[in-house]
Design a protein around this ligand. Structure first.
Ligand SMILES: NC(=O)C1=CN([C@@H]2O[C@H](COP(=O)(O)OP(=O)(O)OC[C@H]3O[C@@H](n4cnc5c(N)ncnc54)[C@H](O)[C@@H]3O)[C@@H](O)[C@H]2O)C=CC1
Ligand SMILES: CC(=O)C(C)=O
Length: 257
């Protein structure tokens, strides 16, 4: 029986790249997203490449949706081995303009989502007599706090903290909890960040915020979903069995810790 992985927010962007890589690694993969139309498209695309995948629509910020996601995975594939808390959203604004709505929206999805996903996956791993891997999307913004991305950076610092505490508590079940911390990847998320940064700075033209951030990368190229998937593939494999509670940077040399 092949191993089973769930990847949240995998209809597009980094999540899609991770789902495809885990499929290539031999996992049966449950794709999950709030965007049902895009999710269906991606599931069809990956099935066309002969990966063993299904799609489940849901919202990571809703605890019931996360438990339902794990149930659907187990009903369909019989077990669960890896849960990737990938879904996340951004917000761009000066600190003095951060609103209650922005704080609630980002924390609900980026932080509550990771907590609920971890709880749902860990419950299943414990039912299966332990062992399992939880892998969270953190960011360079979980190590460094960025101007105009204050709320987003705070949520990623919270992801780092929950990665540490969950790793400590779940280790007795042989469950590992780690996080990948990407740098600057050209997904829809960065298209939106770039667009918003232009609105707040008359000197910036479209594309320039992305270029400015990217130009500081030591390896001199922006990140692809495959770069991120390489690290997640390792964290999902037995080669990472002795690693837990780590938030690992994959950023081409941008933030040095
Ligand atoms: N793109 C980048 O440069 C970086 C991204 N990250 C993190 O990587 C993760 C993926 O980012 P990207 O692929 O760039 O974003 P993206 O915006 O391109 O894709 C995110 C996916 O998550 C889905 N999603 C959004 N809210 C959801 C919800 N409530 N429930 C379920 N699905 C939902 C979206 O529909 C979309 O398909 C995020 O957690 C992000 O914070 C971290 C560092 C850098
Ligand atoms: C999008 C992101 O994670 C950044 C700017 O670090």
């Amino acid at each position: 029986m092949s191993k089973v992985a769930i990847v949240t927010g995998s209809a597009g962007g980094l999540g899609k790249g991770i789902a495809e890589r885990l499929g290539k690694d031999g996992f049966s993969v449950v794709l999950h997203d709030i965007n049902e139309a895009l999710l269906n498209e991606t599931v069809t695309e990956l099935k066309g490449k002969n990966y063993n995948v299904i799609g489940v629509k849901g919202d990571v910020s809703k605890r019931d949706d996360q438990f339902n996601l794990v149930k659907e995975a187990v009903d369909h594939f019989g077990r669960l081995d890896v849960f990737v808390n990938n879904a996340g959203i951004e917000a761009v604004s000066p600190f003095l303009e951060i609103t209650e709505e922005q704080l609630n929206r980002l924390f609900h999805i980026n932080v509550n989502g990771v907590v609920f996903g971890t709880q749902a996956a860990a419950n299943q791993f414990i039912k299966q007599a332990g062992k399992g891997k939880i892998i969270n999307a953190c960011s360079i913004a979980g190590h460094e706090s960025y101007e105009m991305l204050g709320t987003y950076s705070a949520t990623k610092h919270a992801v780092k903290s929950f990665t540490h505490s969950a790793a400590k508590e779940l280790a007795k079940h042989q469950i590992t909890v780690n996080a990948y911390c990407p740098g600057i990847a050209k997904t829809k998320m960065w298209d939106r960040i770039d667009e918003e940064m232009v609105k707040y700075n008359d000197d910036l033209k479209p594309g320039e915020a992305f270029e400015k951030f990217s130009s500081a990368i030591a390896l001199k190229r922006y990140q692809t979903p495959e770069d991120v998937a390489n690290l997640v593939s390792f964290l999902a494999s037995e080669d990472s069995d002795y690693i837990t509670g780590q938030t690992i940077l994959t950023d081409g040399g941008l933030v040095f810790r």
